[in-house]
Each structure stands twice: as structure tokens, then as C-alpha cells.
Write a new protein. Structure first.
Length: 81
């Protein structure tokens, strides 16, 4: 289940990154700077991209930990019997 969640997040992130930005700055200097940034960093253009990817990857991690919490508490592993 964890791998499926990670694959889904990766596919969604790839889809969002391939759509890219459709808005071009109107100022020629801004457009030139933005094109240079996109040329140097084609996928991870801004820090917001990394923050969004991190947030997307947290969801399967938290879901996995939450679903496995019940089995970990009731299994008795770690108690000194």
C-alpha cells in the first residue's frame, strides 16, 4: 500500500510538473529571467515546487503510520514479557 501511495504521488507530481506554467511575464526583463530559471531548473523552478512535493509525500507517510498504529499497539512487540 505504501508503494502504491508513493507511485500515485509521483505520478500526480509528474503530471503537474509537465503541465508547467502557462503564464508568461509581460515585462521583457522578467520574461528573460524566468526563461533563464526554467532553462537551468526545468522541473524544480521554485522553492514552492519542493515544498509542494514534500507535502504530497507526507500524505502517504502519515496515512501509513496511522493505519499501522493499531496493529503496532496490539501486537505486544517491544514489551518485556
Amino acid at each position: 500500500p505504501e508503494v502504491v501511495g508513493l507511485v500515485c504521488c509521483a505520478a500526480l507530481a509528474a503530471l503537474f510538473l509537465t503541465w508547467g506554467d502557462s503564464e508568461v511575464p509581460s515585462d521583457p526583463a522578467d520574461a528573460e529571467a524566468w526563461n533563464k530559471i526554467k532553462q537551468e531548473w526545468p522541473l524544480l523552478t521554485t522553492a514552492d515546487t519542493l515544498i509542494a512535493l514534500q507535502a504530497m509525500l507526507r500524505l502517504p507517510l502519515v496515512a501509513s503510520a496511522t493505519f499501522r498504529l493499531g496493529s503496532a499497539c496490539c501486537s505486544g512487540g517491544g514489551e518485556g514479557d
